[in-house]
Design a protein around this ligand. Structure first.
Ligand SMILES: [Zn+2]
Length: 209
């Protein structure tokens, strides 16, 4: 914690003065985020860094392995679904992005089982992605299964998002678009889910090449 408090002091000294005006404007006018990014809790995959956005620009919801459960309004405590509802029905964001990544520990537990000391919540949470596990295990190349599973988990999350009636309605009306993306930790490259189910690299910016 000491290191984090020291970081906060640096922020107050150097980061805050530069952002004071922005935060005042965000406080007075409110936020108008352009998207909700559903990402993994992994410390190496920070959506605001990857998409190079600042305060007020995107909503983020992070959980183990960037999953979304199916629509299930049963009065239970659905943290991710509440974040999705807030973003879609209250903030009316035009884009939902499920951001997966390489070397995902959550996906690892899906493929190989959660460690014995961490099965209260991680295992049942990951169980919703069982179809992704099945598809990954169909691959005979064992080393490829992790990445296949990471890609398939993104597709499971997107399919589950479409079970929310107010998401399906907005998508059908063209007011909301869903996207899948996968970030490679080792290379820093982002790939985007294509209509054919493959993931393609983001084309380089011609201006900055
Ligand atoms: Zn992860």
């Amino acid at each position: 914690m000491d290191a984090l408090v020291a970081g906060y002091r640096r922020f107050r000294a150097a980061g805050w003065p530069a952002r004071r005006t922005l935060f005042r404007s965000l406080a007075e006018r409110g936020q108008q985020p352009r998207a909700l990014v559903i990402g993994c809790i992994d410390s190496r995959v920070d959506p605001t860094m990857i998409f190079d956005v600042g305060p007020g620009e995107i909503l983020t919801a992070r959980n183990v392995a960037n999953l979304v459960p199916p629509y299930q309004p049963d009065n239970a405590s659905h943290g991710t679904s509440a974040a999705v509802e807030f973003a879609v029905r209250i903030m009316e964001v035009p884009d939902l992005i499920v951001l997966g990544h390489g070397m995902c520990g959550g996906v690892q537990t899906l493929l190989h089982g959660a460690p014995e000391g961490a099965r209260d919540f991680v295992a049942p949470w990951m169980a919703m992605a069982a179809p992704a596990r099945r598809r990954a295990l169909e691959c005979s190349v064992v080393e490829d299964r992790q990445q296949i599973c990471e890609h398939e988990v993104i597709k499971v999350a997107l399919a589950n998002l479409m079970t929310f009636p107010w998401i399906a309605e907005r998508v059908a009306a063209g007011r909301l678009a869903l996207h899948g993306a996968w970030f490679a930790i080792h290379s820093g490259e982002l790939t985007i889910l294509q209509p054919d189910g493959s993931f393609a690299p983001v084309a380089p910016d011609i201006d900055s090449a």
